[in-house]
Design a protein around this ligand. Sequence first.
Ligand code: HEC
Ligand code: HEC
Ligand code: HEC
Ligand code: HEC
Ligand code: HEC
Length: 460
Amino acid sequence: MSTTDEAIKTVRLIRSPVSIVGMVLTTISAVVFLVVFFADLFGMHSNPYIGIVFFLILPGVFLFGLALIPLGAWIERRRRAAGRRASEWPRIDLNNPDHRRVAVSIFALTMVNIVIVSLAAYRGVEYMDSTQFCGQACHSVMKPEATAHADGPHARVTCVECHIGAGATWFAKSKLSGTRQLLAVSFHTYSRPIPSPVQNLRPARDTCEQCHWPAKFHGDKIQRIAEYGDDEKNTESVTTLQMHVGGGVERAGAAQGIHWHADAANQVEYISTDDKRQVIPYVRVKDRTGAVREYVADGVTPDHLAKGERRRMDCMDCHNRPSHQMAASAERAVNAAMARADIPSTLPFVHREAVKVLKVSYPTEDAATEAIAKGLREFYRGSYQPIYMSRRQDVEKAVTGAQQVFKRNVFPEMNVQFGTYPNNVGHMDFPGCFRCHDDNHKAKDGRKISQDCDTCHKIE
Ligand code: HEC
Ligand code: HEC
Ligand code: HEC
Ligand code: HEC
Ligand code: HEC
């Protein structure tokens, strides 16, 4: 046996090309995973749907690489047992001009490749973080939320700014839920409507309070709410509310306002017993003086409370629809459209008729668009022939206005109707503030969480 044969035998089996490919794959996937993980930790938010890369593809590549290492060794052992020479690597001699040229071009091409791949990856991440991606990639699934978002006060705030943030646990949480969602969309197993992710949302401190400063709320905010009657004249009645939105700053013992709950100096904790947090039988307050008060609803037992979810109150317990507001009822939506003059309030019975066509349940948006136009035109052509002839433009405006109301609030494909998602600001359409402010939550000393109208607003 020659000395070269001896040497070849001692070459470790895992030096085979297949094993080396395995090692390269394992290393690359591990490095990519760590780089993105740390980027996220240090505040470069990334989209939850990259989760599919993180929880499926990268580990897949990693495991595949791991499996290749022993596989390569096994193949190599068999080659040698069959008496064949161990696989050999090409010998590169940089003194040879041909070898040198090839080596230099391979190096240059690799560098170019790295730059191209990184740029592509960066653009990919950037795109996935955009509102466009979130709202449109899953098209009909997120249509209700994307439509409301585009029409709301936070249209310029990207989806990820509220739904995701930096931090290790949120990284895992959001990536995992993103992966689950993507699979659900691929296999059409998602729920319609999508349930509100109240349990998975980040605390407001990390999202809302990055832009809004709770200590700075002050003064009153005027709300003008117009309603129209079902009579021929669509008689208008207006409620003006002076909302006491202050509350952040302690001012010389004066009564504070609505944002008292959100001031860091006051801790309001509650227990809710349903998953939409609509039933709140227990509230605990620790105010800025350190005094603690516990309010319990009539007839609630400790057993009942033990099953509930305990939570510190924040912005989202009232503003649960900051960027996805949808009208609570067809009446509300038509009132708002008439107040904006999107539906002309000078057309006879337009309130009653618009509400009527909007209350029907349609199978698709297209069916609704058609039926709304037909319903309104037929009403005016039949009952108000002269108006239909002389004010055709107004009738068409009412048609477009009513169709707009539908497209903005109702999404048949997702089973989203008027009022599907409760809004907690207010108390007329949903329990809202009255979940606690019902004069029925009492403390041991007889204090109640007040329903006195003037606590929250002055009505004119
Ligand atoms: C200003 C913050 C904010 C922004 C921006 C935002 N969301 Fe939301 N989103 C929320 C909150 C809060 C909820 C929880 C709603 C609830 O509990 O009723 C929510 C709920 C949802 C839901 C669950 C279904 C529902 O309607 O409750 C989906 C889906 C959703 N958002 C998608 C999006 C998409 C897509 C975008 C971007 C086009 C976006 N969100 C932008 C705050 C935001
Ligand atoms: C990236 C910054 C940003 C974040 C994050 C953000 N907001 Fe806002 N928000 C704004 C801006 C800017 C406005 C004012 C828009 C305007 O006046 O048209 C606004 C307006 C509002 C309003 C008033 C809406 C109205 O109709 O007058 C409410 C309520 C509100 N935000 C609540 C929230 C809540 C709750 C969250 C967290 C879920 C949140 N915001 C997160 C920037 C932000
Ligand atoms: C107890 C319920 C409640 C909590 C908690 C709460 N808000 Fe409000 N907020 C309201 C109400 C009610 C209004 C007035 C709504 C209206 O009539 O438009 C309001 C108004 C606002 C406005 C508009 C103010 C203006 O002057 O135009 C913003 C912005 C806002 N809230 C942000 C927040 C943020 C951010 C948080 C968390 C730090 C928060 N709110 C916590 C109930 C609440
Ligand atoms: C989770 C229960 C809960 C909900 C929901 C809630 N509140 Fe309160 N609210 C309280 C408690 C508790 C107090 C203080 C009672 C005390 O001082 O011991 C309070 C006090 C107030 C005060 C008086 C603050 C002061 O001291 O001057 C206002 C104003 C107010 N709430 C407005 C609202 C509005 C508006 C909403 C709905 C958008 C709302 N609250 C929803 C629990 C709640
Ligand atoms: C805990 C705070 C709170 C209390 C107490 C309260 N309200 Fe309100 N009220 C609100 C909020 C918040 C809204 C919603 C304002 C908005 O639409 O932005 C509202 C809205 C209204 C509206 C307008 C409804 C509409 O059509 O949108 C009326 C009317 C009203 N309240 C009457 C009352 C009366 C009467 C009482 C006394 C029995 C009362 N409220 C007690 C917080 C309160």
